[in-house]
Design a protein around this ligand. Structure first.
Ligand SMILES: Cc1cc2nc3c(=O)[nH]c(=O)nc-3n(C[C@H](O)[C@H](O)[C@H](O)COP(=O)(O)O)c2cc1C
Length: 355
């Protein structure tokens, strides 16, 4: 909505849950080894309106692997997007169709991951250098499905002039490919010499170039990603962008998401306390245990919930020492939460926990 971006006013509150993650005011970034289905179920208890994504799944894995293991999710996780890694239009189109049949609300193409494994497979961030190919991929995927096909990208790769490169990329992928929704991680990716982790920290953030992109393509939805650490920062970015995607901050301090629904989606306030979130999570944990999952698979996502609260360290230690034990059950989480007083004040409007 360019008008809001130019006037500097906050856009009107939405009163409905966004139908697909990139349309949500706030989303949680796809993160390998972090945003698995247990994490997503837990995050959903903190916010109804936040868009959620799977970890990246490659087309090869979906076409040749255990689909149920890779794709199954709980209906409560919606709105949920599947992030795909790949660069072959036909394979991506087949996977998009499978994703739609599986019930996903969006398919997102990864054009931002810089790892060697991904580079060798010729997908991820190196695809920024092949906008025509990305356009063909997106076109094929859009032809195959009704659900939105979105692209997550960086602002550039290596030391190539990034504004021209980014503008050209978005021009081709939106024009020839028909993509309307771009999630932009506001950093370049260095294809040589930096590990994936360093690539999330070393290249400086450049929000201005993403803002320029939004002004240049006012009709496209542009979601900002990278380095957003609080809901106050999110509110600031929502003046310029159609949505904000939060990765590490949301995972390591998930309580921040409890403020999203009321503040950005015009919905009822989120959960009243972190303890309440855990109590709501327990029946899910029990169901998963009954189906053969181990407690650690669910409890590992809970470590950051009480960040900054007295007792948080004891809580984390209790979980990490007891959850891996054979036969560990929900009582480990029940005991852990007793180590944090329920009486602390959750007052800060930014949903940082105050004491
Ligand atoms: C552990 C980890 C795994 C990630 N895996 C993916 C991934 O599978 N697909 C992807 O597009 N980005 C992935 N990312 C990048 C994030 O989606 C996001 O772009 C990045 O962390 C910047 O956002 P943040 O500063 O809010 O964390 C990953 C990030 C982390 C920390």
């Amino acid at each position: 909505m360019p008008g809001a971006a130019m006037s500097g006013k906050l856009r009107p509150m939405r009163t409905m849950i966004a139908p697909f993650p990139a349309a949500a005011p706030v989303s949680v970034a796809p993160m390998m080894a972090l945003t698995d289905r247990h994490a997503r179920y837990f995050l959903r208890l903190l916010s109804r309106a936040t868009g959620l994504y799977t970890e990246m799944v490659t087309t090869g894995a979906i076409l040749h692997g255990d689909r149920s293991y890779l794709l199954d999710f709980d209906a409560a996780e919606q709105p949920l997007g599947l992030q795909l890694g790949g660069s072959e239009p036909e394979a991506l189109a087949r996977c998009a169709r499978i994703a739609e049949q599986w019930g996903y609300a969006e398919v997102n193409l990864n054009v931002g991951c810089p790892s060697d494994r991904v580079k060798n497979g010729r997908f991820g961030a190196c695809l920024m250098l092949e906008p025509e190919r990305v356009a063909d991929c997106v076109f094929a995927m859009r032809e195959a499905v009704e659900i939105p096909v979105t692209v997550k990208t960086r602002i550039g790769v290596d030391d190539l002039p990034h504004w021209q490169g980014l503008r050209n990329f978005v021009h081709i992928v939106s024009g020839r490919g028909g993509c309307r929704d771009f999630i932009v991680h506001a950093r370049r990716a260095w294809l040589q010499g930096l590990s994936p982790r360093e690539n999330r920290e070393v290249p400086p953030l450049d929000y201005a170039v993403v803002s320029r992109l939004k002004n240049h393509f006012p009709d496209l939805r542009i979601v900002l990603n990278g380095g957003v650490g609080s809901l106050d920062e999110t509110a600031g970015h929502l003046r310029n962008f159609d949505g904000v995607m939060i990765g590490r901050a949301a995972y390591y301090n998930p309580w921040m998401l409890a403020g999203v629904d009321q503040r950005f989606a015009g919905m009822q306030a989120g959960p009243s306390s972190p303890h309440q979130v855990l109590r709501d999570y327990l029946p899910y944990v029990q169901r998963q245990l009954d189906q053969g999952a181990r407690l650690i698979h669910m409890s590992r996502h809970l470590a950051g919930l009480f960040q900054g609260v007295p007792g948080a360290r004891r809580y984390r230690r209790w979980l990490s020492e007891n959850a891996p034990r054979t036969g560990a059950g929900v009582e480990v989480i029940e005991q852990a939460m007793k180590l944090v007083p329920e009486s602390f004040r959750v007052a800060d409007k930014d949903h940082k926990i105050a004491i």
